[in-house]
Design a protein around this ligand. Structure first.
Ligand SMILES: Nc1nc2c(ncn2[C@@H]2O[C@H](COP(=O)(O)OP(=O)(O)OP(=O)(O)O)[C@@H](O)[C@H]2O)c(=O)[nH]1
Length: 672
């Protein structure tokens, strides 16, 4: 296509070449004279601008000709623009509210700037847009700021959906309880869930194949109970960390022949932190060495006191294997549920939680949703995180097609645009279009760095938050090398409570700081205290992502001192520790006059001659000190990088064992 010359375009537009050259200059497009050629896209842009301008002047003329000077503008958009303009004129306000998307034309009108100037600025950012093109809020803000106007984003109606809606008590009807099974490894969580499901299958649909959708429903005496299929407190707390409250009752499974174990304590603390009732299922009572009384005794130390001893915790003896006590356990669940008076509104737009989600080759994204409120129906517009769509099909926990699902019903939902994340909230909205606009909005927000940055508690910010009255409880998780240290620290810290803040140890345990601890801290807004223990690498990564404050100590006095200082606003962290790398001890050499040399493999980062070394054995710190020698083959070296072997001897420490982890770190001053 031949390029247009200035005079040709001017002729087409019915304006003088001079006027066209001026307009081009406004756009910083330099042309020599009327014979110069213009690029197609520039020609298009200028044409739109000129046409827009002449259209405006025609309108103006028409308005002047009109008798009714107070006539309402016909177009609603225009009305909005005019209103804003008037307000601007009245109070000369420099902050203007604009929608999340706005056309160049409307932005110009709001800012009182000619659209051509906006187009020019956008061209500077490499954006070639026409006058009717919509630009996002961020771009609009940049432009406005260049004209010394600040703009704020109009609050979207969508946000309303994120708020907790309050139901009128008269709209509430009972709903089934949702139960999670927790407990120590191998104590029988999966077996118990299977036993419960099978008891029910035989009663209801013998021979029927129950589909696994992430949650199952059983019916006892005509009443439903929903079980989440993924046992364990990790999944439960992961959901909670994402803000999803799913479970009404926790079943704590303890093997009668094994007793209370570390994960039993972890599970019960996770359930307690979530403030949900616990029913204890003492499992494996078919075993000859089963000792249920011992378990009651052990659990009473953790505040779970059986009813027969004057407490309020229900204990049921069961055997998942021999199918003993299953029905009684189910009845007890119903009893606890009844006491909780679980209710929900069935007649409103649905809100649920994604329990599981996957991509099915044939059917696209499939999500298991636990409906918590309202009724989810075929054809509803839905949004979960940034996934959106329309309910194309619903399947119940038996794999049967259904048309709608009310509160406490797990359903498989087809029709989402992408696979959502477990823990995401699913909302039903009026249409797929609305769902898409909410999803777009969220995608925009995600681009902003502040989004997703939760306001976490940290020791540094504690005092500030206390002053603002934002903190009433200081939740702490204590991990230490021995149970004795856990208890000592717990007692010492709880005494730190004052009038403003109560120090609460929501979980204490022996061993390294794990992902599960970080998740609990995230769900309960807690700080983690490690005493002679370290976070494992995954926990460390997760803590960084979730912005969880982990403090590690080697002297109890320092722990108490720091917490007290933080509560008094006196905490001044001056030094920080930077971990450089880790090496694994693969073999040992006893060298006369040197001592023990550890043959190591550097697994990540690097080890330098000046590093301090922390010896970690099974997650517990057993020594901290300096390097006496760092060698590769026979040579002394200054540093060894990841992927290489080396020999390390430590100053004044010979008790190294194979498989120990040597963590290299340096301590440096924190910059103000
Ligand atoms: N004797 C007896 N064995 C049981 C009973 N319940 C479970 N078991 C056995 O205990 C072992 C562990 O059971 P699981 O159901 O896999 O335990 P879990 O708690 O789900 O284990 P993880 O998923 O590894 O945490 C299996 O070998 C079961 O057969 C029971 O009531 N009696």
């Amino acid at each position: 296509m031949t390029k247009l010359r200035v005079y040709e375009l001017a002729k087409e537009l019915g304006i003088s070449s001079k006027k066209l050259i001026e307009t081009l200059e406004d756009l910083d497009v330099v042309v020599k004279n009327h014979m110069s050629t213009i690029d197609d896209d520039i020609a298009k842009l200028v044409t739109e601008l000129i046409e827009e301008e002449s259209g405006k002047s025609n309108k103006k003329k028409a308005a002047q000709a009109s008798d009714d000077k107070k006539a309402e503008p016909a177009d609603k958009e225009e009305k909005k623009v005019l209103t804003a303009k008037n307000e601007k004129a009245e109070d000369k306000q420099k902050t203007i509210t604009v929608p999340s998307k706005i056309s160049v034309k409307d932005l110009g009108a709001l800012l009182g700037i000619e659209p051509v100037k906006i187009i020019k600025r956008l061209m500077n950012y490499g954006l070639m847009v026409n006058i009717n093109a919509e630009i996002d809020f961020e771009s609009a803000k940049k432009i406005a700021n260049e004209f010394d106007v600040d703009i704020v984003e109009e609050k979207q109606d969508n946000e309303e959906f994120m708020l907790e809606e309050v139901d009128d008590p008269k709209d509430l009807k009972p709903r089934p309880p949702v139960v999670t099974v927790m407990g120590h490894v191998d104590h029988g969580k999966t077996s118990l869930l299977d036993a419960i499901r099978q008891t029910n299958v035989t009663q209801q649909e013998a021979g029927g194949i129950t589909q696994h959708i992430g949650a199952s429903e059983v019916e006892v005496n005509g009443k439903k109970i929903v079980f989440l299929d993924t046992p364990g407190h990790e999944a439960f707390t992961a959901m909670r960390a994402r803000g999803a409250k799913v479970t009404d009752i926790a079943i704590l499974v303890v093997a009668a022949d094994d007793g209370v174990m570390p994960q039993t304590v972890e599970a019960l603390n996770h359930a307690k932190a979530a403030d949900i009732p616990i029913i204890v299922a003492i499992n494996k009572i078919d075993k000859p060495n089963a000792n249920p009384e011992r378990i009651k005794q052990q659990l009473s130390d953790y505040g779970l006191i059986p009813e027969e001893w004057g407490g309020d915790t229900i204990f049921v003896n069961v055997s998942a294997k021999a199918r003993i006590g299953i029905e009684q356990l189910l009845e007890m669940i119903l009893l606890v549920a009844e006491m909780q008076e679980l209710k929900a509104n069935y007649n409103c737009r649905a809100r649920g939680v994604i329990i599981e989600a996957k991509l099915d080759k044939g059917r696209g994204p499939i999500a298991t949703v636990l409906v918590q409120r309202g009724t989810l129906k075929l054809g509803d517009g839905i949004v979960a995180g940034t996934a959106y769509g329309k309910v194309r099909a619903l399947f119940d926990s038996h794999g049967k097609r259904i048309k709608s699902a009310g509160p406490s019903t797990p359903v498989e939902v087809l029709g989402l645009s992408e696979v959502p994340t477990a823990g995401d909230i699913l909302l039903a909205v009026s249409s797929e279009k609305e769902a898409k606009s909410i999803s777009d909005e969220r995608k925009n927000l995600q681009k902003e760095p502040e989004y997703d940055t939760p306001q976490r508690i940290s020791l540094d910010k504690l005092f500030e938050k206390m002053q603002k009255g934002e903190v009433k409880d200081l939740n702490l998780i204590v991990k230490a090398d021995t149970q004795g240290s856990v208890e000592a620290i717990k007692q010492a810290l709880e005494k730190c409570s004052n009038d403003q803040v109560q120090v609460k140890i929501i979980h204490g345990g022996v061993g390294a700081i794990t992902e599960s601890d970080v998740m609990l801290a995230s769900a309960s807004n807690a700080i983690i205290i490690g005493f002679n223990v370290r976070p494992d690498p995954n926990a460390k990564k997760m803590a960084e992502k979730e912005q969880i404050d982990i403090r590690t100590y080697r002297i109890i006095y320092d722990v108490v001192d720091d917490i007290q200082a933080a509560m008094e606003g006196m905490l001044e962290p001056e030094y920080e520790e930077v971990v450089q790398g880790r090496a694994e001890v693969r073999t040992l050499f006893k060298v006369p006059s040197v001592g023990t040399v550890a043959g190591c493999f550097v697994t990540d980062g690097k080890i330098t001659r000046n590093s301090q070394i922390r010896v970690i054995r099974q997650g517990i710190v057993i020594h901290e000190g300096k390097i006496a020698s760092l060698k590769r083959f026979k040579d002394d070296v200054r540093e060894v990088a990841s992927g290489y072997e080396c020999g390390i001897a430590l100053e004044r420490f010979n008790d190294i064992k194979e498989q120990d982890i040597l963590e290299a770190f340096v301590v440096r001053q924190v910059k103000e």
